[in-house]
Write a protein that binds this ligand. Structure first.
Ligand code: ATP
Ligand code: MG
Length: 440
């Protein structure tokens, strides 16, 4: 039975507002979902959850109409309810206060909730549409919203224009193996892996641009940091070299993290993240060359030589003890994309940087200065057997008023995973898509 549609929707208080500034001289009204419930016949102790927090509610027979007491008795976990009553201090209650109910409206009953205290990861993923009601998931989603807001605020304050690149594309940006191919009428197209090339085109009009879009990569390996659909914050800046690019990155990441520190202390605490550690995330971040990283790894008994890309175990080993993010610059050109600019000071390498989060969380940003010389680009495309036709429009950007420029892509869920101290990236997104799952 769902009486939802017959209830008058009146303004109600939010639980966290009441706990922060208790209202003791009049009745309050809260609405939400039953989070916990237990009864001893004549008295029911409920904990009610809304979008902001939880509060204890005591429902005592005689203090409200009998029919409402009966409703309270039969309401189960996740029933939706509206409660009116007086707030009283109670040191045993979560948040230090409880509401003694003078009215209980059962808005929507709940079938037995499939998620109880100890559940397998699979069951939680199958019931993701219900699990996102959990306090941890709630906290992660709020932290993520603040990170995104922190980014947008900083970018808007620093002269970037937000733009809207396409998702259907006929270019492979990050390489063929992880492309999602689809039928586009009578042709083939792909889901975008990165908006970079389109952003590059837009800097010739707007100079400093950014976009927040989903990117799609058919990642077949099961790792704790790859999704097949992730939110990608990408920037491109005209008249900026790789050094300037890194300065933008450290200022941006710091602004994102400090926004969370200001807005989401309670959520961070609930997730077990020490806020003081995040307060230290301010520029300058560390800078290390790839070659120095290889030496460090060799000292840690890794069998690795100049020329190989860094994997998760390598990244973890070199950042586990770090408190600040680290830029790794100057990767060998063989392990990076064709559009990265060769470094004239070390022509084995390109002018690029990966930003690695501290505490072993690994890469959160990949960025570089872009190659501006058309002949170099064409030669690199040919060397990598990439058909030039689909890139003619991209090469036009070098034909018509080429300028030095740089850019990068930040994986939003990678940052969420680090800031929220999550074991697996799938918990940084409400409905994760991975090689083994696109349901619910
Ligand atoms: P990795 O080596 O970890 O696969 P990448 O080198 O493929 O990363 P880029 O192509 O540089 O990554 O993409 C830019 C950023 O997008 C990365 O730094 C990361 O934060 C994020 N990212 C890339 N692939 C994924 C993915 N499958 N899931 C979530 N985030 C991703
Ligand atoms: Mg990758």
């Amino acid at each position: 039975m769902d009486k939802g549609s017959t209830v008058d929707i009146m303004p109600a208080e939010h639980i966290n507002d009441l706990l922060k500034t208790p209202v003791l001289d009049r009745d309050v009204e809260v609405r939400g979902w039953v989070y916990r419930t237990r009864s001893s016949g004549k008295i029911i102790f409920d904990v009610i959850r809304d979008a902001t927090g939880i509060i204890q509610v005591t429902i005592k027979k005689g203090n409200l109409p009998d029919t409402e007491f009966e409703d309270a008795l039969r309401s189960q976990i996740e029933s939706s309810v509206i409660i009116k009553g007086r707030m009283f201090q109670d040191t045993r209650a979560p948040g230090g206060y409880e509401i003694r109910a003078s009215s209980f409206t059962l808005v929507g009953t709940s079938a037995p909730f499939p998620i109880t205290e100890y559940q397998s990861e699979e069951l939680l993923l199958d019931n993701r549409h219900l699990w996102i009601r959990s306090r941890e998931q709630q906290a992660v989603m709020k932290v993520k919203a603040s990170l995104i807001k922190g980014a947008r605020d900083w970018l808007d304050d620093n002269g970037f224009t937000e733009v809207t690149p396409p998702i259907f594309t006929q270019n492979a940006c990050e390489g063929g193996v992880t492309l999602f191919k689809l039928k586009y009428f009578d042709r083939e197209a792909y889901l975008s892996q990165s908006a970079q090339m389109y952003l590059e085109a837009m800097i010739f009009s707007l100079e400093k641009v950014y976009a927040m879009t989903p990117s799609f990569r058919a990642e077949k390996s099961r790792t704790t940091r790859h999704l097949t659909e992730f939110w990608h914050l990408e920037l491109e800046e005209a008249w900026v070299d790789n050094k300037g690019n890194m300065e933008i990155q450290e200022n941006l990441v710091s602004a994102m993290v400090q926004k969370v520190v200001r807005e989401r202390k309670d959520e961070l605490q609930l997730l077990g993240r020490n806020v003081d550690d995040l307060k230290e995330i301010v520029p300058p971040f560390k800078r290390v060359t790839y070659a120095e990283m290889i030496d460090r790894l060799k000292n840690k008994q890794f069998e690795i030589d100049f020329g190989c890309d860094l994997g998760a175990p390598e990244e973890r080993a070199v950042t586990e003890e770090e408190k600040l993010p680290t830029f790794v610059t100057n990767f060998p050109k063989e392990c990076k994309a064709f559009y990265m600019k060769e470094d004239p000071e070390d022509p084995r390498t390109v002018k690029c940087a990966d930003l690695l989060a501290p505490e072993g969380y690994g890469e959160i940003i990949g960025g570089s200065e872009r190659e501006t010389d058309m002949d170099v680009l064409v030669a690199k495309l040919q060397r990598q057997d990439i058909p030039i036709e689909a890139y003619q429009w991209y090469l036009d950007l070098r034909r018509f008023g080429s300028v030095p420029h740089s850019g990068f892509g930040l994986g939003v869920e990678r940052v969420v995973r680090w800031v929220c101290k999550l074991e697996h990236i799938r918990d940084a997104v409400p409905f994760p898509r991975t090689v083994s799952r696109a349901y619910p």
